[in-house]
Design a protein around this ligand. Structure first.
Ligand SMILES: Nc1ncnc2c1ncn2[C@@H]1O[C@H](COP(=O)(O)OP(=O)(O)OP(=O)(O)O)[C@@H](O)[C@H]1O
Ligand SMILES: [Mg+2]
Length: 509
């Protein structure tokens, strides 16, 4: 035995690694077929790659098994492979080639063997430049357990493997703002801590969003049945600081989806937009923030109409042409390009995708852009109500109740404050403060009272302005009445013209 080991070690050192790999593969195959045969009668092979008319690519079952067997592999196998996970934050071990791991399921022992398959023509070769080879897992067990293994154990392994993959997968945050090449996505690890637990929102509304998202992820068959691409559009609207971006992050964290943050102004034209769309992966959220500011989409649509009018009247659209030259470097994405991006033929090329728009001014958007079916769910994020405040108090001060809560409830009903401002007021200003909870609540009360006072003064001012305008209107209508009655006498035609022009100026203003 010692001699054999010495020969092996010597051969490994002196032979080129590719050649040693080939010999090692043969050696293990012989040992495996000799000994494996003695203890098991059935072998099921899971190839790493599948290539037939139904599918070409990496076999998902293989990946799931790989993940499943990685659990405790550092204790169960003697030869291990190490790879980094979660954006280089940890190291995961898995069994190495030609290694055997024993597993147990409902008292039944099975063996998993990882075989590296070398291409036939190059099985024994001195050519060091040949391919690495493909792998397969071989599951071995006794024939009497055939049905339990195929019907229960294998589905269990695949399911567990998928769960592990989901846990280990690090999410990516993609952007198309990457210097000159704007048709490309680049990414960083997505590490936003927002969760739905931390989102301050009316609980029923929050639950409704969560249910909607979860139902979407499980609706592959339903979407197939109704003949729609498996995607869903959400429009998040509301004033600044009400949590739109935080909700996006919470959605991504809930679903473990990658996020594609699409900066429309950086997209050259509709072709580039389509290219970017095709390059997004499934299980992802495509976000266009502040859609009302992204492009003058409504304006471009109006301009198209203008060009059409001009064509009819044969008047060259000089102004449009001049504007076009000026805007050469700007994005040429049009509204129709964007509508195609959302639900044109190309939008169906990937599945399980969420498209999300945010805006502070929902009324400014073209109705075509946000009609139901395109943006399926419209979610308003608004000023902080009492229920939303309770979430923030719990998160920021660890308080679920307090005698100041009632006062805050009344103030929140009387004035408007965004969750961002409420959170800022609650946040302890110095660390380790003993009565941080009470101080935070008192801070908030002061801020709310101040906001209430500001709102009262503004309302008073607006009322006063309305009053002044009302008086002015009354005076004008009196004058008009007088003119109609002719009580002003017969003024000169010049005077009349002057009056007309000043009226026109006033209307323009
Ligand atoms: N509903 C909310 N729940 C929890 N925290 C919130 C909420 N709204 C705002 N915040 C806090 O305020 C900060 C700003 O919120 P966020 O960026 O999500 O607002 P926004 O609606 O996207 O604003 P904008 O329209 O300016 O982009 C967040 O970091 C978060 O801490
Ligand atoms: Mg935002």
């Amino acid at each position: 035995m010692a001699t054999l080991m010495f020969v092996c070690t010597f051969a490994e050192r002196v032979l080129p690694s590719r050649v040693w790999d080939s010999l090692e593969s043969y050696f293990y195959k012989i040992v495996h077929s000799l000994f494996g045969f003695l203890f098991t009668d059935v072998t099921i092979t899971f190839e790493e790659y599948q290539s037939d008319e139904s599918f070409h690519g990496r076999n998902e079952a293989y990946t799931a098994i790989e993940n499943y067997l990685s659990i405790d592999s550092s204790e169960r196998a003697s030869k291990l492979k190490a790879k980094t996970t979660k954006g280089m934050r940890s190291i995961a071990f898995s069994m190495d080639d030609y290694e055997v791991i024993t597993d147990e399921f409902e008292g039944i022992k099975v063996k998993w063997y990882l075989e590296k398959q070398l291409p036939v023509s190059q099985s024994i070769s001195w050519d060091v430049s040949r391919d690495e080879g493909r792998r397969c897992y071989k599951l071995m067990f006794k024939d009497k357990y055939r049905s339990i293994i195929t019907e229960s154990y294998i589905p269990y392994v695949i399911e567990e493997g998928k769960k592990i993959k989901k846990r280990n997968k690090f999410q990516k945050l993609y952007t198309n703002c990457n210097g000159d090449d704007r048709d490309l996505w680049t990414y960083v690890t997505f590490q936003h801590p927002a969760t739905f637990d931390a989102i301050a929102m009316e609980p029923n509304k929050k639950q409704e969003i969560i249910n909607d998202l979860m139902a979407f992820t499980k609706s592959k068959e339903y979407y197939n049945k109704i003949g729609k691409a498996w995607k869903r559009g959400y429009l998040l609207y509301g004033p600044p600081g009400t949590g739109k971006s935080s909700v996006i992050a919470a959605m991504a964290n809930l679903l473990h989806y990658d996020v594609y943050d699409l900066e429309l102004t950086a997209v050259k034209d509709n072709t580039s937009l389509r290219k970017l769309l095709i390059d997004t992966s499934k299980k992802s959220i495509i976000v266009i923030e502040d859609i009302d500011c992204s492009l003058d989409l409504t304006g471009q649509r109006k301009n198209q109409f203008k060009e059409y009018e001009n064509k009819d009247s044969k008047v060259p659209a000089i102004k449009e042409m001049a504007k076009g030259t000026r805007d050469k470097k700007k994005s040429k994405v049009t509204l129709s390009g964007l509508l195609n991006f959302i639900d044109g033929l190309w939008s169906a090329c990937g599945e399980e995708r969420i498209i999300l728009f945010t805006t502070n001014h929902v009324d400014k958007l073209d109705p075509a852009l946000i009609r139901r079916g395109r943006m399926d769910k419209h979610i308003e994020l608004s000023y902080c109500g009492f229920e939303a405040f309770k979430v923030l108090a719990k998160n920021y001060l660890n308080l679920e109740s307090h005698n100041l809560f009632e006062k805050i409830r009344t103030l929140l009903e009387e004035t408007r404050m965004t969750p961002a401002d409420v959170a800022e007021n609650l946040m302890p200003k110095s660390p380790g403060l003993e009565n941080a909870g009470e101080v935070g609540l008192e801070n908030l009360i002061l801020a709310l009272e101040k906001a209430k006072e500001v709102e009262r003064l503004k309302a008073e001012e607006a009322l006063k302005e309305d009053g002044d305008n009302g008086e002015l209107d009354e005076e004008e209508s009196d004058e008009e009445d007088d003119e109609e009655d002719g009580s002003e006498g017969e003024g000169t035609s010049d005077e009349d013209e002057d009056d007309d022009s000043s009226d026109e100026d006033f209307l323009k203003i």
